[in-house]
Design a protein around this ligand. Structure first.
Ligand SMILES: Cc1cc2nc3c(=O)[nH]c(=O)nc-3n(C[C@H](O)[C@H](O)[C@H](O)COP(=O)(O)OP(=O)(O)OC[C@H]3O[C@@H](n4cnc5c(N)ncnc54)[C@H](O)[C@@H]3O)c2cc1C
Length: 390
């Protein structure tokens, strides 16, 4: 039987996340307006609050599966703010790639480091097989040359998982990923982006100029020249099946924040949803509030489903893309619909509604845009390869 009840421990964890989210909100506007600053590693209030993840250590098989709790925690934290946390999160997207594709030795060696992920280049975004960064083996070292842009946490990370090609003519088959730590000769972070939203997040550009790294920095293989699949495109792409539902949940947390704010603001003006009356007896505003809520809930169920599958070791390529496509779209449209309902209140910087609208936009762009997710969904359902449908 499917059971959607939260246990006492689940509720304790989520209540703690909510308490901390409200504290994080106090810092959100200031960090948004001072984009050059970095989010502190720890907020001054941190000593008074437990790490919600420490509560997870009490988790038993009777509690909600961790794959589901991770989604609820992600949405609950971004309900507070996209970037501000009581304590800095330990991992970036590169850590997810390390866990998904690293050898046991590599995982042990770099598991405590914060790793960003660098795929995108000035001339290649959605079409990631077109990357131009090269990797050439020279004795016991790889020489990396190329340029990467839009690297999340690129400034603060200890290192970065970099996609590079061994053979440009081989397309996907030539692409491998490499762990490059800060301080490697020839590796330079050149720029921190100024952005529409998620301004407290650092987004970096970086250059690799004859950058030398040891041979065993090839992700997924530490001995020989890569055999098929090791550290390669397909293996690392699997990372996204775990992280896309997360991105959806994060966007939906922001959408929920905007909806809660809007609902409260309208209630103060005497507009409250009449749940008992039918569609035809409600005002357009009441109906809009209900539809936004339904969309957020539908998106969240998609994210939970995709994450539950991966938590059970089941394939979720299709479901992860459905979750990301739906979650990204709802994050973008729900925050916009809320601004419409709020009128002028929505765009004033006295409140966070306009910030949630700006912040939510990214969830439909990175880790594959909404259009790219729809392509993946179509391929999965219709049975086309990426060369047949692109
Ligand atoms: C704040 C931020 C953080 C990011 N973080 C990272 C990161 O950590 N690591 C990283 O590697 N990258 C990161 N990115 C890059 C992000 O993943 C890319 O921006 C995204 O993949 C889109 O690539 P692009 O910007 O080159 O757009 P393009 O690929 O040029 O796409 C432009 C438009 O065309 C559409 N389009 C493209 N191809 C198709 C197609 N075949 N069919 C239909 N429509 C299509 C797209 O959906 C989009 O609407 C980040 C970007 C931002 C803005």
């Amino acid at each position: 039987m499917i059971d959607f009840e939260l246990t006492e421990l689940d509720q304790e964890i989520l209540a703690e996340v909510r308490r901390q989210a409200l504290i994080c909100r106090k810092y959100a506007r200031d960090l948004d307006e001072n984009e050059a600053e970095f989010v502190p590693k720890e907020l001054p209030e941190a000593k008074d609050f437990k790490n919600p993840f420490s509560l997870m250590s009490k988790h038993t098989e009777h509690d909600t599966p961790l794959s589901i709790m991770a989604m609820l925690v992600a949405a609950g934290a971004s309900w507070g703010d996209y970037s501000v946390r009581m304590r800095e999160d330990s991992g970036g997207l590169g850590n997810a790639a390390l866990r998904a594709s690293g050898t046991p030795e590599q995982i042990e060696r770099w598991k405590d480091k914060r790793l960003a992920m660098a795929i995108t280049e000035p001339s290649c975004g959605s079409d990631s097989k077109a990357i131009q960064t090269t990797a050439v083996l020279d004795g016991d070292e790889w020489i990396i040359n190329g340029e990467k842009i839009f690297v999340t946490t690129g400034c603060r990370a200890d290192g970065v998982v970099v996609w590079a090609t061994l053979d440009k003519s081989a397309g996907r088959a030539g692409i491998k990923s490499f762990i490059i730590m800060k301080g490697a000769p020839g590796f330079e972070v050149t720029h921190k982006e100024k952005k529409l939203g998620i301004r407290a997040d650092d987004t970096a550009a970086m250059v690799f100029k004859d950058c030398r790294i040891a041979r065993d920095h090839l992700l997924g293989l530490n001995e020989n020249i890569p055999k098929q699949g090791a550290g390669g495109f397909r293996a690392v792409m699997k990372t996204f099946n775990n992280t896309r539902p997360f991105v959806a949940a994060i966007g939906l947390g922001m959408a929920q924040a905007a909806l809660d704010f809007t609902r409260d603001a309208l209630a103060r003006e005497g507009v409250e949803v009449d749940w008992d009356g039918g569609k035809h007896s409600r005002s357009a505003v009441q109906q809009e509030l209900i539809e936004i809520e339904a969309e957020i809930e539908a998106g969240m169920l998609d994210a939970l489903h995709a994450s539950w599958l991966s938590g059970n070791g089941a394939p979720n390529n299709l479901e992860a893309s459905i979750a990301k496509a739906k979650g990204g779209e709802v994050a973008r449209t729900a925050t916009s619909r809320c601004l419409e309902l709020l009128g002028g209140l929505g765009i004033t910087r006295d409140h966070l509604a306009e910030k949630w609208f700006r912040d939510a936009r990214i969830t439909d762009i990175y880790e594959g845009t909404g259009q790219i997710q729809r392509l993946i969904i179509a391929r999965e359902i219709l049975g086309y390869s990426s060369s047949e449908l692109s």
